[in-house]
Ligand binder design. Structure first.
Ligand code: PA5
Length: 446
């Protein structure tokens, strides 16, 4: 369950303003529920938790996991970018042991590494160094099946896997997640006989974490996908309520009320490094959904207390266009006490008997009060602990709130026309057929 606490905004937004935005958010919710708004052909994500829990997708993914286990696969390269990357990356970072690579006992699940999320030659070469040492398999994810970054990475990995294991075995070690009919990846997968999972037309990339885009990597990494879907399901129900109690309505209303007062930048704050990629996933979700037509809250993210020592000064005292949304984790999954030291050379005996997490909680509280005093309103979203269930709840909560918030803002939260501009230029500069005229115009400007 995700609980919203708006107490940290009370000195910034008065009751009447908040209520006005709640009304707008409830109207936006109705549009979303009735599917009468802009982008309404991209609302397939709304019922994914309930639909997937009743379907066979998780067990189909488990079948791939078991097949690869029987082959001794110890490394899976997951290829994808943007919405075809960030959800799985976020989940794996949040749920994995942070030192899994360095631990002697690495557990049974294969190591998951990512590719196709950049175009760095060094990254690819270094990835190949690893792949060559290991018993590898590959999941290639692209809804359009034509995105350059993953396509380049896949061409390189495919060649290597085919050379090492032979074509027939490669076909058992490569799985494609893509559109059911369109795109080069679909054609290639059919031609090569790969197992394929479908990303439905009505789910956009950044809303796709609870499709096979996220589910397959999460299952392969050994995590409990059903628990994640149960957490998402709880929020599917909570975030459908046409009432002021709806947590997605509360969040959407307050962030828009703050935006209307000039708080143009929203910083997602976590006090647990495992949630770093929650910030990355959230930035894509909100940035791509809301940043259009000259509008939109700019989404940023930080990790505290780490970034209090780098960005803390600006947040406390820089230009007053900031709001913070803090993801509070109520309980740690692990326990460590600070013990008494008779010498007390470090002067830390005042912490004797306290848990490390209590220091973290006091840092969070102290920072909240300081930032509010400094003119930074704070929305608090709390979860009980970091686990599959609560991560699923967060994913769904943020998606629903994003749809509502985008409609309140007056944009279509489900398209992304702006991301095409760089692609056209890149294709032209790389000499893709059909882009000759554009290439000439661009070169003239360089
Ligand atoms: O949210 C989006 O639509 C984008 O971030 C896409 O997910 C990203 O561009 C990757 O696209 P594709 O899955 O088609 O390769």
């Amino acid at each position: 369950m995700v609980k919203v606490n708006l107490g940290g905004c009370s000195s910034f937004v008065n009751d009447a303003d908040y209520k006005a935005y709640v009304e707008k958010s409830l109207a936006a919710l109705e549009v979303l529920e009735n599917e009468t708004g802009a982008g309404n052909d991209f609302l397939g994500w709304k019922h994914l938790p309930s639909e997937t829990l009743n379907g066979t997708l998780v067990s189909d993914c488990e079948a791939i996991r078991d097949l690869w286990k029987s082959k001794g696969v110890d490394l899976v390269v997951v290829i994808g970018i943007g919405g075809s990357y960030l959800g799985a990356k976020c989940a794996l970072e949040a749920l994995s042991h942070q030192f899994a690579k360095q631990l002697k006992n690495k557990g049974e699940a294969p190591e998951i590494v990512f590719a196709g999320q950049n175009l760095s030659e060094e990254y690819m070469c270094e990835l190949m160094d690893l792949v060559q040492e290991r018993n590898a398999a590959c999941v290639v994810i692209s809804k359009s099946g034509t995105t350059t970054e993953p396509a380049v990475a896949f061409r390189l990995i495919k060649k290597y896997i085919e050379e090492k294991y032979g074509k027939a075995e490669a076909a058992e070690r490569i799985v494609a997640v893509t559109d059911k009919a369109r795109g080069a990846l679909k054609g290639l997968a059919t031609q090569e006989g790969y197992s394929t999972f479908v990303i439905e037309d009505n789910v956009g990339g950044r809303f796709s974490v609870l499709t096979p885009v996220g589910i397959l990597p999460i299952v392969l990494a050994g995590f409990d996908m059903n628990a994640m879907l149960q957490g998402a399901l709880e929020m599917e129900k909570a975030c459908a309520q046409p009432s002021e109690e709806n947590p997605a309505v509360q969040y959407a209303a307050m962030r828009n009320a703050l935006y209307n007062q000039g708080k143009k930048i929203e910083i997602l704050v976590a006090y647990n490094p495992k949630l770093t990629f929650l910030g990355e996933w959230w930035k894509q979700l909100y940035g791509e959904s809301e940043g259009k037509n000259g509008l939109g809250i700019f989404p940023a993210s930080v990790n505290f207390t780490t970034d209090l020592h780098s960005m803390g000064q600006y947040i406390q005292d820089g230009e007053r266009t900031l709001m913070e949304t803090v993801v509070t984790v109520e309980n740690s999954n692990r326990s460590m006490l600070i013990e008494n030291d008779p010498q007390n050379l470090d002067g830390l005996n005042f912490l004797t008997g306290k848990h490390v997490e209590e220091c973290n909680a006091m840092a969070e509280l102290g920072t909240k009060l300081a930032h509010i005093d400094g003119g930074v309103p704070q929305i608090s979203l709390s979860i009980e602990r970091v686990n599959e269930y609560n991560l699923g709840a967060l994913f769904y909560f943020f998606e629903k709130a994003c749809g509502i918030s985008g409609y309140v803002l007056g944009v279509n939260p489900f398209d992304q026309p702006g991301v095409e501009a760089y692609k056209k230029n890149m294709f032209a500069l790389l000499g893709k057929p059909g882009y000759e005229e554009q290439a000439e115009a661009l070169r003239a400007r360089l």
